[in-house]
Write a protein that binds this ligand. Structure first.
Ligand code: PMP
Ligand code: GLN
Length: 381
């Protein structure tokens, strides 16, 4: 047999899987992988059960259940003031991961360049590589992880097909402002470059409010805007997300989506459709729910030797540990798990080149008791 030639030769197992496994092996408290320790709302679970019992267990429409696309369109109008056509501009996907993959496959051709802003989410580059594209890494500017506009402008070439943005930003908690979007619009105005905006933490914002790319009409006309119900409804294991894009982009997106997933789980889609309409208070109250957790975790670590960076959104807290160790972040995260029983995520794995500041990421989407137990271990270091 001909030896296998990997299409992703540099990809190992994702850091989330690695750290969760390590945490399990060493019975460490897992503040690594980003998932909520809480259950989805009881009413939402009831709705899933209801639709299963009603026999809604076969394929959903390829583009997503109509009721869900309509509910997403109505919500997007209320929250962002954007009018999105449910039939031609919204596609329901199996989580944001699938949406990101399909959007990239839909528009990136062999030899195209795609700009990502480091640190960036780990699924972007492999998706670009599989499309035959080349990933161009542009670092965000420390300490506030703002876009370095000059570097971004310098990285744009005639081959740049896509820029990927993520706000609220994993892992730094930084937010893009409407001025940032205006600047991005200006930058791409005279180019063929499209934008993919990853907004999966849209409802977890503490400092000001989330500015969706959909609020910038000029950018929205050339963008895929991707979100997920996983973070908002404490249901990351259900894998339901969606992609909003103008019709021409959506048509190409669906050509790929139909052969990647065909459709997403039916009872979950129908349940989300009802719940979105029934309980907008869920996402309206989410910032407060997580603000309390962020502040609680920070208060527990105030007396520690970790230096916590400001968090404006998401459920992640970055921490510098210079006062504790001079290990690399990967070694430090491993040591912290194995020797001290707390798992985290090293930030350099989200970067092409390790940043000067050595940082680890804690996920605070956990019960108070879990955060308190972890902090007790972290405070003694
Ligand atoms: N983008 C970012 C920035 C994320 O943090 C995540 C998952 N945590 C995803 C995309 C993937 O979302 P999903 O679980 O809906 O596939
Ligand atoms: N996005 C989550 C995080 O950043 C994890 C998702 C995953 O495990 N693939 O931790």
């Amino acid at each position: 047999m001909k030896p296998l030639v990997s299409k992703l030769p540099t990809a190992g197992t994702t850091i989330f899987t690695v750290m969760t496994k390590l945490a399990e092996e060493h019975r460490a408290i897992n503040l690594g992988q980003g998932f909520p320790e809480f259950q989805p709302p009881a009413r939402l679970q009831e709705l899933v059960e209801h639709y299963m019992r009603m026999g809604r267990n076969q394929y959903a429409p390829m583009i997503g259940a109509r009721s869900l696309r309509e509910a997403i369109s109505a919500k997007t109008k209320t929250v962002y003031g954007a009018r999105i056509e449910p039939e031609s501009e919204i596609t329901v996907t199996s989580g944001a991961t699938e949406a990101i993959f399909c959007a990239i496959q839909a528009v990136v051709h062999r030899g195209d360049e795609v700009i990502v802003l480091d640190p960036c989410y780990d699924s972007y580059e492999p998706s670009i590589t599989l499309a035959g594209g080349r990933t161009v890494h542009v670092p965000l500017r420390a300490p506030d992880f703002a876009i370095d506009w000059q570097r971004l402008a310098d990285s744009l070439t005639a081959r740049t097909r896509l820029i990927i943005t993520n706000s609220p930003h994993n892992p730094t908690g930084a937010l893009l402002s409407s001025a940032d979007l205006a600047r991005l619009a200006e930058l791409v105005r005279s180019t063929e470059c499209l934008v993919l905006s990853d907004e999966v933490y849209e409802h977890i914002v503490f400092d000001g409010k989330h500015v969706s790319l959909l609020t910038n009409v000029e950018l929205a006309a050339r963008s895929f805007v991707i979100s997920s119900f996983g973070k908002t409804y404490h249901a990351t294991g259900w894998k339901v997300g969606y992609c909003i894009a103008p019709q021409a982009l959506t048509d190409e997106f669906r050509r790929v989506h139909q052969y990647v997933m065909f459709a997403t789980t039916t009872p979950m889609q129908l349940a989300f459709a009802d719940y979105l309409v029934e309980a907008p208070e869920h996402y309206l109250e989410l910032p407060e729910f997580y603000r309390e957790k962020r502040d609680y975790f920070a208060s527990l670590l105030r007396e520690s030797r970790f230096e916590l960076l400001p968090v404006r959104g998401t459920y992640f807290q970055l921490a510098a540990y210079d006062a504790i160790s001079d290990k690399s972040d990967v070694e430090f995260a491993r040591w912290l798990t194995v020797e001290h029983g707390v798992a985290s995520i090293p930030v350099s794995v989200f970067c092409a080149r390790a940043p000067r500041a050595r940082l680890i990421r804690f996920c605070f989407a956990r019960e108070r008791t879990t955060l308190a137990a972890a902090a007790a271990k972290l405070r003694v270091l």
